[in-house]
Design a binder for this molecule. Structure first.
Ligand code: UDP
Length: 445
């Protein structure tokens, strides 16, 4: 490694379509002059084609920190890899490539001679597992969509189109679509991505692409291959709606302690009925809310086509729904004044450390006990255990954000201060850590 400044190591991974590989290879070439270590991972099928028809690899020889790696696309050699078989490609991706990709991420994350450990992944946004793997190893991931901004945006709005009854459709293909902001007045049913048509609606490819599109909100960054003068207005729509990339920006415009942050952790499931009760309660509390609804967290797994218009309207005005959030950053944001949480222990500690009072809705295991302590012992929140009707949600949000705001804020700020003292020089947690280090040393022969 050169000097002491760490050199980024970026893994770039396109889906196995040629067009996807081409645009991501161009990005790799643009990054080379920054002298990053770059591992470009692509399918061995594309690798052979590249070698046969172009000198693409030769272009990279002058960049010693650039390396190609290959991986199977999971299909037999004689598979035509045509659009009719596209589902097989997604299927192989999940069943075969996922595990291989995970192994590669593990091995690249280990420091090797001359090569720094992996510090960032730039993955094709349609690869269904890349964000999960990056999350598992806590490696920042940037999602790259190789399609136009306009088609990405149409895809991104599908849940809204379903909620508004514009999807699925049958019959007249020239009916105008109203629910894709920025395209009202000219986008017809026939102009939506083809997977929205009746024959493919809700099919496996539709589902996989939709999930990946909504999952974009879990990435740390997002890249599109376009330019401002071509798709500026649509790019603005995407910027203002791609929630997790923008949720802290959304918070920036809110007054201090005015937003309730809602998240039920990384694994809890919420039924549709419950989700609606929370939604009504939040809307009726009149508070601004930032709500993490993980795409895989709704039981039944499908988007409810009947979300009442009043909820959608109020959410547009006062809410921001995201697929994932940088939670610690969100809790530390001055605009956040309350945390509606499932009382997972990490979330509880993060909330205390950030000095944010809690509204607890424990789901399982230790969370039931945690929430009682939050409410009765530490007195830094309220506990709605075993209830989740809209009236209770509304009342408890009002309690924390208004009625008992000063009292709860006061006690949680005190605990936050104690938490900081405990990890500082001479603090109890710091001493325990030192002791642990000594114990481990003494156990080593
Ligand atoms: N988390 C996050 N963003 C989200 C939701 C959760 O970063 O949108 C993190 C959160 O900061 C916490 C962890 O996921 O560190 C969840 O752990 P916790 O013990 O609270 O709950 P679990 O997911 O284990 O039920």
């Amino acid at each position: 490694m050169e000097g002491k400044v760490p050199i980024p190591h970026v893994l770039i991974f396109p889906f196995s379509f040629q067009g996807h590989m081409n645009s991501m290879l161009k990005l790799a070439e643009l990054l080379c002059p920054a002298h990053f270590y770059i591992t470009f991972l692509y399918s061995d099928h594309n690798h052979k084609r590249l070698l046969r028809f172009t000198d693409a690899e030769a272009r990279f020889r002058r960049w010693p920190k650039f390396h190609f790696e290959t991986i199977t696309d999971g299909l037999p050699a004689d598979d035509p890899r045509s659009v009719e078989r596209i589902f097989e490609m997604f299927d192989a991706s999940e069943s075969i490539i996922r595990a291989l990709f995970r192994d590669l991420v593990i091995s690249l994350s280990r420091p090797q001679q001359e090569i720094p450990p992996l510090s960032c992944i730039i993955a094709d946004g349609i690869i269904p597992f890349a964000i999960d793997v990056a999350d598992e190893f806590k490696i920042p991931i940037i999602s790259f969509r190789t399609v136009s901004a306009c088609s990405f945006w149409a895809y991104f709005c599908i849940p809204k189109l379903i909620a508004a009854g514009e999807l699925p459709f049958q019959g007249d293909m020239d009916v105008l679509i109203k629910g894709v902001p920025g395209m009202e007045g000219f986008l017809r049913r026939r102009d939506l991505p083809s997977f929205c048509r009746a024959a493919e609606f809700n099919g496996p490819v539709f589902q996989s692409l939709l999930r990946s599109t909504l999952d974009t909100t879990r990435a740390s960054g997002f890249i599109l291959n376009s330019f401002e003068d071509l798709e500026g207005p649509i790019l603005s729509e995407i910027r203002s709606h791609l929630p997790n990339l923008n949720c802290t920006t959304w918070l920036d415009s809110r007054p201090s302690n005015s937003v309730v942050y809602v998240s039920f952790g990384s694994v809890a499931l919420v039924g549709r009925e419950t989700l609606l009760e929370f939604w009504y309660g939040l809307v009726r509390s009149g508070t601004h809310f930032l709500w993490v609804v993980r795409p895989d967290s709704i039981t039944g797994g499908e988007i409810d086509p009947e979300i009442p218009g009043e909820l959608l309207e109020a959410t547009k005005e006062r809410g921001c729904i995201v697929g994932w959030s940088p939670q610690e950053e969100v809790l530390a944001h001055p605009a956040v004044g309350g945390f509606l949480t499932h009382s997972g222990w990490n979330s509880t500690l993060e909330s205390i450390f950030a000095g944010v009072p809690m509204i607890c809705w424990p789901c399982l295991a230790d969370q039931q006990t945690n929430s009682r302590f939050v409410c009765e012992v530490w007195r830094v929140g309220v506990d709605m255990k075993d209830t989740c009707d809209r009236g209770t949600v509304e009342r408890m949000v009002r309690d924390v954000m208004k009625r008992r705001k000063e009292e709860l804020m006061g006690s949680v700020q005190k605990l936050a201060k104690l938490a900081r003292i405990s990890i500082g020089e001479g603090g109890s947690s710091r001493s325990n850590l030192d002791r642990l280090i000594q114990d481990i040393r003494s156990m080593t022969p």
